[in-house]
Design a protein around this ligand. Structure first.
Ligand SMILES: [Zn+2]
Length: 292
């Protein structure tokens, strides 16, 4: 039998979602309208809470058409024009970037997230610091912050107690896999974060990009298996001798179009950094060697 070359087989390319939709009595979403190869149809900005004053979880990228769409979505989904507060998964621009649009229109709302010094300025206002385990209350909904670094050092997922659901931000996406940046990301931490999410035994995942995931535990296991297979592939290529990153990308990502090879290289570097920390791989003049 031929060896599998990837575990996660779907991708964000071509995924379409409605501009806004209601998912349950306490969760609805409005699309950030920032489509792209990594964001899919755009960031999902979630409205959480039962009543006419939900909190908003993630804010999109600051696209000009978004505030009007949010106002329409709020009217349609919640029968109101009010928000309670802003909760953010992490400081990347497509999550924090809409804060400066939302506050002038919907009031000087509190902004809650785990601080990431130097990266939170995009909010344009002070942050209320959240830490692992902190609770955030909305009408009929309780969120619990779960520290899940790896994709970003400030990443919080939010566990919604009433639905055994997790808002996973960029840790788990509705299609394809997430990028682990090779500078500010950490694959070892990311793997621990995935295992931590699995321990929460969730039923449902509300990702920051792509459709809602109804087989939550299966998806998390799939994500773990995907990275484990990638690590094996990196080690197998290195068994043949030292390689540079792009040469590895061309061997491992044979089914990935060339315009995504830079992102793939970032992932390979993240694997190499993890393996380097574990004492399995060394680097010399842009070449990576396997030690054992
Ligand atoms: Zn991100």
């Amino acid at each position: 039998m031929e060896k599998p070359i990837r575990v996660v087989k779907d991708s964000m390319i071509g995924v379409k979602l409605p501009d806004y939709s209601r998912h349950s009595a306490i969760v609805a979403s409005v699309l950030g309208k920032n489509p792209g190869p990594f964001t899919g149809p755009g960031t999902n900005t979630y409205l959480v809470g039962r009543g006419r004053r939900p909190l908003i979880l993630d804010t999109g990228a600051g696209v000009a058409v978004y505030p009007e769409l949010l106002a329409r979505g709020l009217a349609e989904l919640c029968g109101s024009q009010e928000l309670d507060k802003i909760v953010v998964t992490h400081a990347h621009g497509d999550h924090l970037g809409g804060v400066r649009q939302i506050r002038p229109r919907f009031g000087e709302l509190e902004i809650l997230k785990m601080p990431w010094p130097g990266h939170d300025d995009a909010a344009g206002a002070p942050i209320t610091a959240l830490a692992d385990g902190d609770r955030v209350e909305a009408d009929g909904a309780t969120l619990r912050a779960v520290f899940t670094p790896g994709h970003a050092p400030d990443h919080l997922c939010y566990y919604l107690e009433q639905e055994r659901a997790i808002f996973t931000g960029d840790v788990i996406l509705g299609a394809g896999t997430t990028v682990i940046p090779d500078d500010t990301g950490d694959l070892g931490q990311y793997m621990n974060s995935l295992r931590r999410l699995l321990q929460l035994d969730p039923e449902l995942i509300y990702p920051a990009h792509g459709p809602v995931i109804r087989n939550a535990r299966e998806k998390i296991r799939e994500y773990i298996a995907h990275r484990e297979l990638r690590e094996q592939q990196v080690l197998e290529v290195l068994r043949e001798g030292p390689h540079q990153v792009m040469a590895m990308v061309k061997r491992i990502y044979i089914d990935v179009p060339a315009f995504l090879h830079n992102a793939a290289a970032s992932s390979v570097r993240s694997h190499l950094r993890k393996l380097h920390k574990e004492g399995v791989v060394v680097e010399e003049e842009d070449n990576y060697w396997r030690l054992s």
